[in-house]
Structure formats: C-alpha cells, structure tokens
Design a protein around this ligand. Structure first.
Ligand code: FDA
Length: 303
C-alpha cells in the first residue's frame, strides 16, 4: 500500500458508520439470515456455490459465543430448508477460542455435528497468528470425530507449507488456501507480494500433488492462472478443487473462472457485526476507501 492509500485507510475510523455501511453493502449480504439466503439463491442461480459466514469475532463473554453458535445453527437449518448450495464458514474466536479452548471446541463440535446430519460441510477460517496453533488444534480434535470439516491456511505465513504437510500426513488435508489478511511480523510472515505469491503456489503444489482437496481462495489473476497450469499439469478432475472468492470482489474474474469451466464458491458474510469485516475489505481496496472519504468530505460541504 502506498503512503496516500495508508493515509486514506488510517482516516477510516473517523468516518460515520452509516457512510461506511453504504459502501460496505457490496461486501456483505445484509444483517439477517433472510438476506444471506436471498444472496445465496441468486449466486446459485448463476452457477456459483456459496459459503455463509455469520459476521463476528473476538467475543468477550461465553453468552456471546453461545448466541453466535445458535445463529450459525439457524443458518445450517436454513441452508437445508431452502435447499441452498452452500456450506458454512466459522471463526473460532467468535466461538470462544480466546476464552476457553474446550468451550470453543464444544461449540464448534455442535456446529460440525449439525452440518454432518444434513450432509453439509464446515470450513474453519484462519484468524491472526495468535490463533494459528489453537485453531489447528481444534481442527485436529474435530477431525478425530468428523469428516465434514476443513481449515483455511494463509500463504503469507512462513509455517504454512509445513502445516499443510503435517495435516496431509495425518490424513486430514482439506484446505482453503488464501494469502492472509492480518498484519503479521516479518519473522513469521512474508511481506512482499512476490514472496507471498510464490509461497501460495508452493503450498498449493504440496496440497494438490498429495491429493488434498483445496479451495483456491484468491482474486489475484496471476495466482488463478498459475493454478490453472498446475491443475492441467496434474490432470486433476474438476471435483478435486474449487476456486473461492469474496462477495463483491472481482466479478470479471469470477465470470471468467466459471466460463473456463471451474467450480467457484462465493464467501457470503452477513450479520450485525459487519464493521470490522468491512474495514478489512476497504484496506484491500483503497480506491473504495477513497470513495468513503470523499462521501464524508461532500457530506461536510453540504452540511
Ligand atoms: P490481492 O489482495 O493481491 O488482490 C488481487 C486483486 O483483487 C486486487 O488487485 C484487486 O483488484 C482485487 N481485490 C482484492 N480485494 C479486494 C476488495 N476488497 N475489493 C475490491 N477488489 C479487491 N484471509 C484470512 O486471513 N483468513 C481466512 O480465513 C480468509 N478467508 C478467505 C476466504 C475467501 C473465499 C477469500 C477469497 C479470501 C479469504 N481471506 C482470508 C482473505 C485473503 O487472505 C486475502 O486477504 C484476500 O483474498 C485478498 O487477497 P487476494 O489473493 O485476492 O490478492
């Protein structure tokens, strides 16, 4: 990010929430389960699969985790009831990862068990590096009991290829591979885009060569085309991987991937806790962050 973009992004917290909400609407389905259902139906009708995320993270009280768990269970029921082509993504800090690991595991267990009963699948998002070991631990525990759960790994982390290898060796390689969104120190994370992309492709190769299922989660055309080459070289079937993208991002590339005959899943976040997720998306797209600020500026001029 250049200096101007950094300045734009640093100013975002001063922007009134209604303005942020207006620009965030491209990235989130809405606040209610019915909003997520509507958006997923539309995506399904256009040939895309979905994964629904109930927004929220880093809760402070057990009741909040229980409420989040129950909302996710409600979503799993809705997916079944409405016959949606969608699975579920969960964040473990929302289920109490930082309060009590066993409590978090039990919440995740209920979710994965409910999804299993409907033949559905749960993907565990990966959060910042303070959560990596515990997230992998919860995943390993769940996989002792369930097959319908996978984990996200981040290509910017130096440890990722070795995590992937160890999970594959344990027979539990079911991944989403993304670049990673949190700010991490250089000792543990690649910082340079070229290095992150090279690590992405190396991790992807480890996963695909060893027949792990991978959700290739990126909007970076270079990585998408690199993945195409790898998929062709390894002669993979379309059912052995999928591409994944976030709601509201790179519709051009999304359509191209579908036209090229690959399966594509869209990450559909919804819920009342939309603010932090939206700010992360703006940081990836300083152009939109600029629109937010100019809306603020124009608002003050007309007041
Ligand atoms: P990059 O950031 O280089 O973007 C490539 C191009 O895409 C940009 O040049 C721009 O054109 C466009 N673009 C990207 N973001 C945009 C935006 N917000 N608005 C408009 N255009 C945009 N991270 C994490 O740490 N843990 C996780 O569990 C997940 N889960 C996850 C699921 C899915 C389905 C996706 C697609 C991504 C994630 N991520 C994630 C986020 C991921 O780590 C990463 O931060 C973003 O996907 C951006 O990285 P790209 O690979 O898209 O490349």
């Amino acid at each position: 990010m250049n200096l101007l973009n950094k300045l734009v992004v640093a100013t975002l917290p001063a922007v009134p929430k209604p303005i942020v909400r207006y620009f965030a609407s491209r990235y989130i389905a809405g606040e209610e389960v019915s909003d997520a259902v509507r958006v997923v139906k539309q995506l399904n009708s256009e040939g895309m699969m979905a994964t629904i995320d109930v927004l929220g993270e880093d809760i402070f009280q057990q009741q909040e985790a229980v409420a989040a768990r129950d909302k996710i269970l409600e979503v799993i029921d809705s997916i079944q009831g409405q016959r949606l082509d969608s699975n579920i993504s969960i964040k473990l800090t929302q289920l109490g990862l930082k309060l009590d690991l066993d409590f978090c595991l039990q919440n995740a267990r209920k979710i994965v068990s409910a999804a299993r009963d409907y033949g559905n699948f749960v993907r565990i998002d990966m959060e910042d590096s303070s959560c990596t070991d515990h997230t992998i631990w919860v995943y390993r525990e769940l996989r002792k009991e369930f097959k319908n759960v996978g984990i996200a790994l981040q290509a910017y982390l130096r440890r990722t290829r070795s995590d992937a290898e160890s999970l594959i060796e344990g027979g539990i390689g079911h991944f989403r591979l993304c670049k990673g969104i949190y700010i991490e120190p250089a000792e543990i994370a690649f910082k340079d885009r070229g290095e992150i992309n090279r690590n992405f492709m190396r991790a992807l190769e480890v996963m695909l060569r060893r027949k792990a299922y991978v959700g290739i989660a990126t909007h970076d055309a270079e990585l998408v085309h690199g993945s195409y080459d790898m998929i062709n070289n390894l002669k993979l079937y379309k059912t052995e991987y999928e591409f994944q993208m976030l709601l509201g991002v790179r519709h051009d590339l999304r359509s191209q991937i579908l036209r090229d005959g690959h399966r594509l899943r869209v990450y559909v976040p919804f819920g009342k806790h939309w603010y932090r997720y939206s700010i992360r998306r703006f940081k990836e797209n300083p152009q939109v962050a600029g629109y937010v600020l100019s809306a603020l500026f124009n608002r003050h001029r007309t007041n």
